[in-house]
Write a protein that binds this ligand. Structure first.
Ligand code: HEC
Ligand code: HEC
Ligand code: HEC
Ligand code: HEC
Length: 197
């Protein structure tokens, strides 16, 4: 059983060259590392099994939604992940939680079904140019407190929040990534028929 699991991981590693060859970040996952086009394992055609082993310390149940998908890779192998930059669910900022208004004021764009998931703080798409795929530009972490202020404004400078521009890849209609190439221009009118000279 253990051996079989290991084999499964090895196959996945081979299928995800990004992990073997260090392209870094999610670039090398090349979409299909996360979205299994015709052989998906669950919601949003995800390519990786949702993690059912790691337990949410708040609910004492396995994680759900997209958080379970992130933890399919970003948790230790013992806790059902692939050991890629494992985030500890015990000593970690809470995720998979319904925010208590006393602790955090979370803008709706960061919530999924009322809960703060990994994607509340990170937008994992390769189009996100920011440090650690965070939703805002923290100047490589130097302005981290501005980021925290998005949801914990009473703990940080209120001026910071107004200046933050949130990156959101989830609406193709308003895609305005700061450093993304300009959207292709609308096709020009068909070239005029050649005129005889
Ligand atoms: C690291 C994993 C990961 C990678 C790599 C990734 N995605 Fe995603 N994708 C997600 C997650 C997680 C969501 C849901 C995000 C959310 O709810 O904010 C998502 C959502 C989407 C959606 C919207 C689905 C819906 O129901 O609205 C599309 C379309 C999509 N991805 C396309 C792509 C494309 C194209 C690429 C490659 C350029 C890509 N993804 C790369 C994890 C990934
Ligand atoms: C298919 C496996 C896989 C899934 C699923 C996945 N990631 Fe990753 N992630 C990676 C790999 C590979 C790296 C790069 C690791 C390295 O550089 O050592 C990475 C790196 C990261 C980094 C660090 C980026 C940096 O610049 O240092 C963040 C943040 C991250 N992932 C967040 C997420 C979030 C949030 C989700 C869920 C929406 C997610 N990942 C889902 C494989 C995955
Ligand atoms: C409250 C916001 C928040 C939530 C929720 C959150 N993260 Fe993060 N994450 C951060 C911040 C901030 C950093 C950068 C920390 C730093 O560089 O000091 C980070 C860093 C990371 C990294 C890079 C770690 C490294 O060693 O460089 C990974 C991977 C990651 N997060 C994955 C996840 C996953 C997976 C989830 C959900 C299970 C998640 N994050 C939930 C804010 C969050
Ligand atoms: C997208 C919103 C969001 C961002 C950004 C955010 N947090 Fe939180 N934070 C929350 C939520 C939601 C909770 C949990 C509230 C609850 O317990 O109901 C929380 C809880 C906390 C707690 C209490 C943890 C505990 O176990 O009691 C601390 C401390 C904290 N956040 C610090 C930070 C720091 C530092 C940053 C910036 C690096 C940050 N947060 C960024 C939403 C956010």
């Amino acid at each position: 059983m253990v051996k079989f699991r290991f084999l499964g991981i090895m196959i996945l590693l081979l299928a995800l060259p990004a992990i073997a060859v260090a392209y870094g970040g999610h670039d090398g996952l090349n979409c299909t590392g996360c979205h299994g086009i015709h052989n998906a394992k669950g919601d949003i055609i995800f390519a990786v099994e949702p993690n059912k082993k790691a337990i949410n310390p708040v609910t004492r149940q396995p994680f759900t939604g997209t958080t379970a998908l992130c933890l399919g890779c970003h948790e230790t192998v013992e806790k059902g992940g692939l050991g890629i930059m494992a985030v500890s669910a015990v000593h970690s900022h809470p995720y998979g939680v319904t925010p208590s208004a006393k602790v955090a004021t979370v803008p709706a764009v960061f919530l999924r079904e009322g809960k703060l998931e990994c994607v509340g703080c990170h937008d994992p798409h390769p189009s996100n140019p920011f440090y650690k795929y965070l939703r805002v530009d923290t100047a490589k972490g130097a302005k981290m407190q501005d980021f925290c202020a998005l949801c914990h404004a009473s703990k940080s400078s209120p001026k910071a929040v107004a200046e933050m521009k949130v990156f959101d890849s989830m609406d193709e209609r308003k895609f305005t990534a700061p450093s993304a190439p300009a959207a292709p221009a609308a096709p020009k009118a068909a070239p005029a028929a050649p005129t005889k000279k």
